[in-house]
Design a protein around this ligand. Structure first.
Ligand code: CTP
Length: 402
């Protein structure tokens, strides 16, 4: 069956490339229905877009003839994929915030199809924090993002901002239409769609009395980054987190907990899942009974702290009746990292263990050098930012399920 894309041409100098795109797609047997934004029509005309696509070009939400022929809702559903090229900072900002005040943005918010954004803008605009936030929101919400490429731009500056070339866009579109979304340069593939992931993160707090507790230096950054990375790959993520100072990532469910026992209960409550990743630095011990009133200094001298062992959440999930298919533990070690990690893999009954040397700045820091130990061997990632390490781990998980 002939495939069709709904091509939204935004207002940027790269709009001329989208005219080529229509031809390149047609050569591959893919038809284009074009929406030309007001900005887009400053750069290319509806006449040329229509001449190339061989179809009516839609230009305005309040085009009554178009509404009578094909309403904007129907238009948004008429294609197999929505492509925004060039995707301007303005179009992406509106789409990320659900603003629907013209035909293009109304179509983007009404569509039930996947959307591929092909950004093109000045390098500073691309690097701008707001643009990057919007890009993240869009990809977190399931959109694909191709490029931008690095190179010289129409404005004379050099950097990331050039729109991808029509051939590359067409190739990506073809692959997405075939269901292949694991492409280089394409942000937002969803190979884990339909999979449920349960992740623990952060420290736990073990109460001594209502104001004091035992805990550790875990920041939650690595676990949150993994939750975000798996969400971006399409997994439905439940993140069970001890107290942290960072904002939770966008994921299906966020369950804040305090103690190891709370965390354990929340995890079992969240089963069944396909993937379990124990990233939390669970306190191994807790005070044997916490006082319900603040312990006062006084006659009884310095209180002795008697500890009891906390439940091992990872081992419990790995042996649960409804055990997830892939159970991944973390091993925080300061010496003989891989050997200790291997011992934990067996002892806790998990499928993979991520060995972490925490003798440096890993705990609380922004970087990590993971060694993923599986039955097949060891995969040592270089020292990476926690977000990048999370992405690599998420990709490895996606490969496992592929
Ligand atoms: N873990 C857990 N519940 C616990 C302790 C640890 O789920 N009560 C999980 C951690 O989330 C991690 C793995 O077990 O995925 C290993 O944690 P780690 O602290 O490295 O090991 P421990 O089992 O605590 O052993 P040790 O402290 O002796 O190294």
């Amino acid at each position: 069956m002939t495939k069709r894309v709904l091509l939204i041409i935004g207002g940027g100098i790269a709009a001329y490339k989208s005219l080529f795109l229509i031809r390149v797609l047609a050569r591959r047997g893919i038809k284009s229905t074009v929406i030309l934004t007001k900005g887009g029509s400053e750069f290319v005309t509806a006449l040329s877009a229509g001449g190339l696509s061989g179809e009516k070009v839609y230009t305005d939400l309040f085009d009554l003839t178009a509404e009578a022929e094909m309403g904007h809702i129907e238009l948004s559903r008429s294609a197999d994929l929505v492509v925004v090229a060039p995707a301007t900072a303005d179009l992406m900002a509106k789409a990320a915030h659900g603003i629907a005040n013209d035909l293009a943005t109304t179509t983007l918010s009404a569509t039930d199809k996947r959307t591929l954004y092909v950004p093109a803008m000045n390098v500073r605009m691309w690097e701008n924090a707001a643009t990057q936030r919007n890009v993240k929101t869009l990809t977190d919400d399931g959109a694909f993002m191709l490029g931008p490429d690095e190179g010289e731009m129409a404005c004379g500056e050099f950097g990331e901002g050039r729109m991808a070339e029509p051939e590359a866009i067409a190739e990506t579109i073809e692959k997405i239409l075939k269901g292949d979304t694991t492409l280089d340069g394409l942000k937002g593939p969803k190979p884990l769609a339909g999979k449920k992931a349960l992740i623990t993160a952060g420290p736990t707090r073990e109460a001594i009395d209502p104001v004091r507790y035992l805990s550790n230096h875990s920041s939650g950054k690595q676990g949150y980054a993994i939750a975000a990375a798996l969400t971006r790959l399409g997994a439905e993520v439940t993140l069970v987190s001890g107290p942290t100072a960072i904002d939770p990532p966008a994921c299906a469910a966020f369950v804040p907990v305090e103690s190891a026992r709370d965390m354990e209960a929340a995890c079992h409550n969240a089963l069944p899942a396909d993937i379990f990743i124990a990233v939390a630095a669970v306190a191994d011990w807790r005070p044997d009974g916490s006082a319900d009133k603040k312990i006062k200094k006084g006659k009884s001298g310095i209180p002795a702290l008697k500890l009891v062992e906390n439940p091992d959440i990872l081992a419990g999930i790995a042996t649960a009746k409804n055990r997830p298919e892939l159970v991944i533990g973390f091993a925080a070690e300061t010496n003989d990292v891989v050997a200790h990690a291997k011992a934990k893999l067996t002892k806790k009954g998990c499928d993979w263990i991520v060995a972490n040397d925490v003798s440096g700045d890993v705990m609380g820091g922004d970087h990590n050098a993971m060694i993923v130990v599986t039955a097949k061997g060891e995969d040592a990632f270089p020292r990476l930012k926690k977000e990048d390490a999370a992405r690599r781990l998420a990709e490895k998980i996606a490969e496992h399920f592929a």
